[in-house]
Design a binder for this molecule. Structure first.
Ligand SMILES: [Fe+2]
Length: 308
């Protein structure tokens, strides 16, 4: 291809609890709130200002709530629209979406993955209902929805085989994503739609946004989150990737779905600090908005410099 070389201009850990869109009171979401979960919503706001200023051509999102048993699937039509309802929280999330897809880039990633032995497939069903994980992460980073996306499913191999096998697949998928972006000429931002620790309450207050009821579910999950965030903040993502399978087991972390491993791999395992824009709980689960900006690489604390 004759395109100038594309590049990844940013990567974000971009969690998707529907509560934060509910707290935003955006016109696309039918249920209305008074407020709620501000630390995360304001964190997203700061991340949005920083990363949208880079004028990306496309946002790529890997979502745990589009689960595919065989292979890695990609949204494969130029647009999708409809009503997305959270199956657990239909009282909080009934969202009218209308999104554009960068099909050319999606096909390039599918092809790159296939050449590397991954099973990939395009989703061409015009009535396909886009999941709330994809929608919440994209909405919080770009509520105008004026930038096309590439939507990527989460393959279920960690659930059917092992955490390690799932993560190995995600690392390959990340490498395929990076190669495809470089060939495409696009300026791309990656969104890993993952919560951290994931034990949660099973009852909801009468007023869902009653923040007097919101707190970490258990101390051990919180400690795990702090350990993981410390590795992100000090640019030690290779150590981070090594402990993720344990994190999945001990804190039931949603990183099991692979979104974070996919993104870190596509970013080539950053050795510069991630910026933590916010950490807070949603029904007791740990959620952090964290951004990696390759421009900040220079002068950063690196995992090479901190090794040993
Ligand atoms: Fe989730």
């Amino acid at each position: 291809m004759m395109n100038p070389q594309g590049q990844i201009v940013g990567g974000l850990l971009a969690p998707h609890p529907p509560h934060i869109v509910y707290g935003e009171n955006h016109w696309r979401n039918e249920p209305k709130s008074e407020c709620g979960w501000e630390v995360l919503r304001w964190g997203y706001e700061r991340a949005r200002k920083h990363f949208l200023a880079k004028k990306p051509d496309v946002l790529l999102v890997h979502s745990p709530h589009w689960q595919t048993v065989i292979g890695h699937h990609f949204l494969g039509l130029p647009e999708f629209h409809g009503l997305s309802v959270d199956p657990i929280f239909p009282n909080l999330f009934r969202f009218q979406y209308d999104l554009k897809v960068d099909v050319e880039l999606a096909e390039l990633i599918a092809e790159e993955g296939r050449q590397d032995g991954l099973n990939t497939k395009m989703m061409r069903n015009p009535n396909f209902r886009v999941d709330y994980g994809t929608i919440v992460s994209c909405h919080m980073i770009n509520p105008e929805w004026d930038i096309p996306i590439v939507g990527i499913s989460s393959n279920n191999s960690p659930y059917y085989f092992s955490n390690e096998m799932g993560q190995a697949q995600m690392i390959k998928l990340g490498q395929a994503t990076r190669r495809a972006i470089e060939k495409s000429g696009r300026r791309a931002i990656l969104l890993a739609s993952n919560t951290l620790s994931h034990r949660h309450f099973t009852t909801e207050p009468d007023i869902p946004e009653d923040m007097s009821r919101e707190h970490v579910y258990e101390h051990s999950g919180y400690l795990w989150d702090m350990q993981v965030l410390d590795l992100m903040r000090t640019g030690r993502t290779k150590e981070l990737i090594a402990i993720l399978p344990e994190f999945m087991d001990h804190a039931v972390s949603e990183v099991k779905a692979g979104s974070l491993a996919w993104m870190l791999s596509a970013l080539n395992f950053p050795d510069y600090p991630g910026e933590v824009y916010g950490y807070w709980t949603v029904i007791g689960t740990g959620n952090a908005v964290v951004g990696w900006d390759p421009v900040l690489r220079e002068g950063a604390v690196s995992q090479v410099a901190t090794a040993n």
